[in-house]
Structure formats: C-alpha cells, structure tokens
Ligand binder design. Structure first.
Ligand SMILES: *Cc1c(COP(=O)(O)O)cnc(C)c1O
Length: 397
C-alpha cells in the first residue's frame, strides 16, 4: 500500500498498536467500542461464542470486566455484571428472576423509593404484582410467603432510612421453601460488612454510586449472582436493554473499592461516636443506629453484619418533629453536605420525607415511621470531633 494521504493518516495514525509485553500493574481504561481481529474467521468464532473474547463493548469490556471480577470475589459469588446505575442493576436482577404476568414480588415495606417505582411503574405494566411486608417480623413473613407464593423476595441488608437489619438467612430459607428467589440490595452494608450470598441470597445488588465508588464522582450498579444459571439472563439484559457501565465509571468504582475497608472502618467508628453522642441529646428524640441496638434485634445484627460495625448511617428524629425544624437544622450545617446520596467520604445529610420517600402519602410515611423531623446522616471519614461539632451547633439553631 502506498503512503496514505494526510487525511487518512489523521484517522489511523497511532491506533491499534500491539499490546506491550509488560503487564500493566493498574488495569487500563479500554475506551473502545469495538474490536478487530486478523481474520473474519476469528470474528465469526467470537460471534458464535466458540472463542470467548471481546467483540463490542455493549457485550463486555475489559475495564468493566475487571470491576465485575472484583465484585465476584468480594461478594463471594459466581458471576457479576455491571450496569449504568443501581436501578439498572436492580432491573437486571428482577429480570433474571423470570417474572411473568401474574407473578408476585414480595418487597420489604421500607425499600429505597425508586425500587418501588421500578416495581410498580415498569414491572407493573407487564402484569407483575408487588406486595409489601415487614421483613423484620419473620413469622408473619413466613405465613405471607406460604399464602401468596411470590416469585421473588426483595430486601435491603440495612433498610432506609430507619436502618433495620434484614435476617437474610431466614429470608432465604423462607423464599426457597416456596421456590422463590431472594434479591438483597446490599448498597448500605457493602460486601465489607455483609455478604448476602453466603447467607443464601440468590442475588446481591449494589448501587456502586454509593460506598463502592465512595467519592460522589461515578454512577454505576452491579448484580452478583450466586448461581451460574443466572449468567445468561444478566448478560442478556446488558446486551439488549443496553444499560452498560461506562469504562470511566468502572475505573473510578474499581479504584474506590481498593479503599473500601479503610473508609468503612473509619466511617463506622465515626458513626458510632456520633450515634452515642446524639443518644443523650436534648434536641433528639430517637437515634436509629444498628450499632446502638441492644434489643432482640441485636442478635440478628451481630449475625448479619461484620463485627463490631453497625454501618455508617445514623438517622435521627428531632424532638421538634416538623419539617421546619429539620430544614432549620440541615440549613445550619457548615461541614456536612445537604445532598441526596450516601456512602461518600464526606458526611452528608438527607431528609427522607422530601426525597427518597416523597412519592408516598403522608399517612403511608407515618405508618413506616418516616416523620417530618427525621434526618438521615451518612457519616464520612472526616475527624469525628468536627462532624459532631457541626451537628451540635446546627441542632441549636
Ligand atoms: C441509590 C440506591 C439505589 C439506586 O442506585 P442508583 O445508582 O442511584 O441508580 C438503589 N438502592 C439503594 C439502597 C440505594 O441507596
């Protein structure tokens, strides 16, 4: 081939260089949508699935695969698939449960708000019925499951915003008695505090946007399956619904995971200090923090969460149980960030009644115990004394 014109050189120069022999120590970011091979015969083989390799990044990408492998390992699962958000991941896990019209999903009554909307507004259209129950009442749950025979049970390891701990082992047993599958949203606990698959859950789902990423700079979601047989459905959603994770986000999240233990240890220690401090506070009626719990539930907490940690979220109900008092407190914070997320290195505060549980009627919110004076605090890695000082001054505003 004669020397190409500058126009052509501009397009091809520098591309498709052979990979270096030295193995990169940090996983490279593969910003490519597609892959080329020496011959059409090879491309044919890869399409046929006879030679597993990369062909198109919606079907798989090495940077995203590195995150998926890390998640498989740290959740002690069989296979993991990453998606563009936690919601996309939850959708994929529900899809993998083969929900046909008439099938029932039994969901914990205090799920993340958007998870309910996904069930009602998306799966509902296809004839899937959603029923809710209090998953902390195991005997009532067993009865309900035997009676309605759900296809799926959906729970969160640590519920939002009252931070109840799910007895995953008991839920898995109850689900499997009727041939149902158990999906556990493990976002609040992270694999460092809890590995739901070890307790018998079929799927662990994460919003990687929260603790896994940990720095508010990436969105993503992951499903980890305990069983090989769920692999095709999870890949199918990735390829055909197409909510794949971008390589940049995969890189950020994988980087975040490296410091998960350090962050969570510090965040839990800080949360513990804060919860203890607030538990004797004249402006605070109730502190919700699993680490403080000394009731019957404490046994479940000790079994489900890695000791001695109670998670890094603390919710408080103010004595002045109004939206005005909550807003006054939140507006007066200088260090803690007012934001509707959690799990970041920064301490952040959110008001569940106007955010995650906004769509519910006031009566339903009251029923769940989500009052207007309830504030959820996601404790960061700052110095505990600074976090407490900021909250202290704001409580007196
Ligand atoms: C944030 C969150 C989700 C949704 O995740 P996105 O990444 O925002 O799509 C699902 N479940 C829980 C418990 C969450 O906190």
């Amino acid at each position: 081939m004669s020397k190409p014109a500058i126009t052509t050189q501009l397009v091809h120069a520098g591309e498709r260089r052979p990979l270096p022999v030295g193995l990169p120590v940090a996983n490279p970011i593969y910003t490519t949508a597609t892959y080329t091979y020496d011959s059409m015969a090879e491309i044919d083989k890869i399409f046929a699935g006879d030679a597993p390799d990369y062909i198109y990044s919606r079907n798989g990408n090495p940077t995203v695969a590195a995150l998926e492998e890390a998640m498989t390992v740290i959740e002690d699962g069989t296979a993991a698939f990453a998606y563009s958000s936690g919601m996309a991941a939850l959708h994929a896990a529900l899809f993998a449960c083969e929900l046909s019209p008439g099938a029932i999903v039994l969901a914990s009554a205090d799920l993340y708000g958007a998870s309910f909307e996904l069930l009602y507004k998306i799966f509902g259209i296809f004839g899937v019925k959603t029923v809710t129950a209090d998953f902390s009442d195991i005997n009532a749950l067993r009865e309900k499951v035997a009676q309605i025979k759900p296809r799926v049970l959906l729970a969160e390891t640590i519920s939002n915003p009252l931070l109840k701990i799910c007895d995953i082992e008991a839920c898995a047993e109850i689900a499997h008695e009727v041939g149902a599958r158990l999906i556990v949203d493990n976002t609040f606990a992270t694999p460092f505090l809890c590995q739901p698959l070890k307790f018998g859950a079929d799927f662990a789902v994460h919003s990687a946007t929260k603790y896994l990423g940990g720095h508010t700079d990436a969105m993503g979601g992951v499903v980890v399956a305990g069983e090989e047989l769920d692999r095709p459905a999870l890949i199918g959603v990735m390829k055909l619904v197409g909510g794949v994770l971008s390589v940049w986000e995969a890189h950020q999240i994988l980087r975040g995971i490296k410091t998960l233990a350090l962050r969570i240890e510090r965040q839990c220690a800080n949360a513990n200090c804060l919860a203890e401090y607030l538990s004797n506070h004249q402006k605070v009626e109730t502190v919700f923090y699993p680490g403080l719990n000394s009731s019957a539930e404490a046994k479940v907490i000790r079994r489900v969460l890695r000791e001695p940690f109670g998670g890094a979220l603390v919710s408080i109900k103010l004595i002045e149980n109004t939206r005005e008092a909550a807003f006054r407190f939140m507006d007066a914070l200088n260090l803690c960030v007012r934001a509707t997320s959690l799990g970041d290195v920064f301490t952040s505060v959110s008001h569940p009644a106007i955010s995650s549980h906004r769509e519910l009627s006031p009566a339903k919110r009251a029923n769940l115990g989500i009052s207007d004076g309830l504030v959820r605090i996601s404790v960061g890695i700052e110095d505990a004394a600074d976090i407490i000082a900021d909250i202290e001054q704001a409580l007196f505003k």
